[in-house]
Design a protein around this ligand. Structure first.
Ligand SMILES: Nc1ncnc2c1ncn2[C@@H]1O[C@H](COP(=O)(O)OP(=O)(O)OP(=O)(O)O)[C@@H](O)[C@H]1O
Ligand SMILES: [Mg+2]
Length: 298
């Protein structure tokens, strides 16, 4: 079956991103990839291989130095910051590696923030379903500082799902979750794809999480080195082991989704630019809600 442009949810063509400074770092080196509508893709690879940078560029949170990024047929480079912000609010959901919750708001307010910013009234039944499935029903009045790392991660996931965006980008969405909660979150993402036809692009280090995807794209040193239909957790772990060189790449399959609860994504959030992006997003959310303080997760 041939792919038409209408089937493509996100495309990156020849995308390059180098971080400046005395010693420039090439985070993305001529990346070409398309993510099809109604599919889930896992993006894997060693720490520092460019996964978060890829997600940030694809979601319009960062601008590449070269190349083209499109969401649907919208070319992001041609857009003003204002229009880009609107596009991110209406068409994209993003689960940050460091969660980026707004500390001054409680769980329910965080989850409803994107809808509030875009002036929409979310369907209460859908909100209740998302909240229930991520297991936050009894925490709605808590603030992020009163939650565990895993609970904060689930708020971030609920926040990304509630507006039913075309594309959901998730940067290690199960990094702080126990096995059972991770499975629930992954099946929620899976049903966004299977039932609602949304597109999921998910960075993960975990072969079991990746096995929920239809396809696995592997990055190394800013380049795509493998692109394969989802081959099963065991084969994914083998592929990653062959890349070698980093202990965080291949998790033993015998310990699915085994990240200790409470390990905050903030600890592994890479790069000052990514952090300042995250912070500026959080700040703009706070400004938009006219509240004075932010909990800096990054
Ligand atoms: N602001 C920055 N300034 C300089 N280098 C940066 C900056 N942000 C990221 N980098 C570098 O770019 C490369 C890619 O970073 P990125 O955060 O995309 O990696 P990653 O694959 O998401 O890693 P991890 O699995 O640890 O989250 C890394 O070498 C990183 O150090
Ligand atoms: Mg990262």
């Amino acid at each position: 079956m041939s792919v038409t442009s209408a089937d493509v949810a996100v495309s990156l063509e020849h995308v390059c991103r180098t971080y400046g400074g005395d010693q420039p770092v090439v985070a993305l080196d001529d990346v070409d990839v398309r993510f099809l509508r109604g599919t889930a893709t896992a993006v894997m690879g060693p720490s520092g291989s460019g996964k978060s940078t890829l997600l940030h560029c694809a979601a319009g949170l960062d601008r590449p130095d070269a190349g083209t990024v499109r969401i649907g047929d919208t070319d992001l480079a041609a857009m003003s910051e204002k229009r880009l912000t609107e596009l991110r609010r209406s068409r994209v959901g993003f689960v940050f590696q460091a969660f980026n919750l707004v500390g001054a708001l409680n769980v329910e307010q965080n989850i409803l923030l994107p809808s509030r910013l875009s002036g929409e009234r979310p369907d209460p039944a859908w909100v209740a379903e998302v909240v229930g499935r991520v297991g936050l029903g009894d925490r709605l009045r808590h603030r992020p500082a009163q939650l565990s790392g895993g609970q904060q991660q689930r708020v971030a996931i609920a926040r990304a799902l509630v507006t039913r965006p075309e594309v959901i980008f998730c940067d290690e969405p199960t990094g702080a979750l126990d096995t059972r909660t991770a499975a629930e979150v992954l099946s929620l993402l899976r049903s966004a794809v299977d039932q609602a036809g949304q597109t999921v692009v998910m960075v993960t280090h975990d072969p079991v999480a990746a096995s929920y995807a239809d396809r696995v794209v592997v990055l190394a040193d800013g380049r795509i080195v493998r692109d394969m239909p989802q081959p099963g957790a065991e084969r994914i772990a083998e592929h990653l082991a062959h890349l070698g060189g980093h202990e965080s790449v291949a998790q033993p399959v015998a310990q699915p989704v085994a990240r200790p609860v409470g390990r905050s994504g903030a600890q592994s959030f890479a790069g000052p630019a990514a952090q300042s992006l995250a912070q500026s997003l959080a700040q703009s959310l706070v400004r938009a809600t006219a509240r004075p303080t932010v909990r800096g997760e990054g």
